[in-house]
Design a protein around this ligand. Structure first.
Ligand code: NAD
Length: 495
């Protein structure tokens, strides 16, 4: 039986990057906050089983790859020996450090953290089951649902075998298999496939569409695909898995598709990474007026408020893209809205990064999207073959491109493929959010020699005046921004 009812001003279900960002800001704004999550500390999938542990392992993969490539520079290391137990302990230490830090931040801000599961009884009451087995009612003025998402499972891709992995068990790194099939050439498949390939596993990727990372601009993906062809055992496109059977020595997989060469193969392990779906089940939402879209997401408005006025929803559960930084931003919008501020979630550029090698990053309008929407754009590309810094790193396999409005030169989107693209995209986000013109990037001094110069030079390419790319001067339409062009001319004269 539930004990004495408790009360809180703001209850938050889910302690991931959305939930804890909302909790911390709400507390900073003077609200009394209760944050509920099943884990011992805040962090969510991102910190416990996603972004953070995968990036710790991808860092190791990068070090291994760099050490291999060093032979080209006259430095040859011995073949690495990998102590998988120690690697696991290091990765878990990273997670513990960050989640423990979040636990401390909760205490210092006066946020009440409850380890347990919560479900709605009605629009102002939750029933909370703590991990200690207690059950209590918690009334609230407002609640935020930040329950995230979980891996999609497909009936014919389900098998009761420890050899079958999802992103969580793949990150657990119980061993380094000799062979691994990754089903799904998206974010998780390529990031985790890259980790295992660097650790010595023969990794094959099967993707049902005609290319890796569907929806991402092909020029960016092509640079990644070229490198993956060297590090992966096979990339099977236009191919699906139609059956899987556990055998004593592995999982026998049957493939179907126009490009299939070997219809049946046996793999030590199989990782299924075919997408994620929002966590809306078991939350008692049926006891409220919260509406769910046909795609399974909670319907929200620009303040992240659901169709039940006391309940807000943020992050993966509230719609695509399912990215931690989008969740955090929405969390802060919801906290401000609840505190009575006039605020809306309306970013022009949500960055996305695939942490492979090379990394792929983009924000704002993409070429693919512009084509679908039949929007007139101009694309200014700076190939990293012309970058001094990329050459010193022996990583000329990159490109930085700006997607521009041809009539105003406004930067609408940025796409980057190359080593460290994930860090570089932040400048692109600022450019798009600030409605920067090509001249703003071209005229801002960028430190030399750095990869950040590729953004400046991409803007110079737009004007046909890139220092390191020779293109005959283009004639720009009279609608082009006079300030930008005049200033560029001035720069040349004074230069
Ligand atoms: P995804 O949507 O990125 O990729 C799934 C891939 O599987 C797609 O390419 C799809 O065409 C393919 N696919 C689907 N069904 C298939 C089938 N039956 N056979 C073969 N291929 C099939 O999904 P994901 O990789 O599982 O990641 C889920 C989400 O998690 C991402 O969309 C992203 O939002 C998030 N994520 C982000 C990051 C990051 O920001 N770096 C990293 C990991 C995950």
């Amino acid at each position: 039986m539930p004990g004495t009812p408790q009360a809180t001003q703001l209850a938050i279900l889910g302690g991931g990057p959305g939930g804890y960002a909302a909790a911390f800001l709400a507390a900073d704004l003077g609200l009394q906050v209760t944050l509920i999550d099943q884990e011992p500390n805040p962090g969510g999938v991102c910190l416990y089983r996603g972004c953070i542990p995968s990036k710790a392992l991808l860092h190791v993969a990068k070090v291994l790859e760099d050490a291999r490539q060093a032979t080209n520079w006259g430095v040859t290391f011995a073949e690495p020996t990998i102590d998988v137990g120690k690697l696991r302990i290091w990765k878990e230490g990273v997670v513990r450090k960050l989640t423990g830090g979040l636990g401390d931040l909760c205490k210092r801000r006066g946020v009440t953290f409850v380890q347990g599961r919560a479900a709605f009884v009605d629009a102002t009451t939750l029933i909370v089951q703590t991990t200690q087995g207690e059950e209590q009612h918690l009334t609230f003025a407002q609640a935020i649902v930040a329950t995230g998402s979980r891996p999609t499972t497909l009936p014919h891709l389900t098998l009761d075998s420890p050899r079958l992995l999802d992103s969580t068990s793949a990150l657990a790194l119980s061993d380094i298999p000799q062979t691994l099939l990754v089903i799904g050439g998206g974010y998780i498949g390529l990031e985790m496939g890259s980790v295992y390939a660097a650790l010595g596993t023969q990794v094959s990727v099967v993707e049902m569409t005609s290319g890796l990372l569907p929806g991402v601009d092909r020029d960016l993906v092509n640079l990644l695909a070229a490198r993956l062809k060297q590090s992966l055992a096979a990339i099977m496109l236009n191919t699906t898995v139609v059956a899987m059977h556990a055998e004593p020595n592995g999982i026998r997989v049957t493939f179907e598709g126009s490009e299939v060469q070997e219809p049946q193969q046996v793999f030590d392990k199989v990782l299924v990474a075919v997408g994620r779906r929002p966590n809306v089940q078991g939350l008692g939402l049926e006891n409220t007026r919260v509406e769910i879209t046909p795609g399974g997401f909670i319907t929200v408005d620009a303040q992240c408020r659901t169709t039940e006025p006391t309940i807000y929803a943020i992050g993966d559960v509230a719609g695509e893209p399912m990215l931690a930084h989008k969740a955090s931003h929405e969390g802060r919008v919801a906290a401000r809205a609840i505190a009575g501020h006039k605020v809306a979630f309306e970013p022009h550029a949500i960055p996305a990064v695939v942490f492979t090698d090379p990394e792929i990053a983009w924000c704002g309008l993409t070429e693919t999207q512009a084509k679908q929407e039949e929007r007139a754009i101009e694309v200014a590309r700076f190939p990293w073959g012309a970058s001094g810094r990329a050459t010193t790193l022996d990583r000329n396999d990159g490109v930085t491109k700006l997607i521009l409005d041809p009539s105003t030169s406004r930067i609408l989107g940025v796409g980057i493929a190359g080593s460290g693209a994930g860090e570089l995209i932040a400048e692109g986000v600022l450019a798009v959010e600030m409605a920067s013109l090509a001249s703003d990037l071209a005229l801002s001094l960028h430190p030399h020699p750095t990869l950040s110069e590729t953004l400046m030079e991409a803007a110079e390419v737009f004007f046909g005046q890139s220092t390191h790319v020779y293109r005959p001067q283009r004639r720009r339409s009279s609608a082009a921004p006079r300030v930008g062009l005049a200033a560029l001319d001035g720069l040349e004269e004074s230069g």
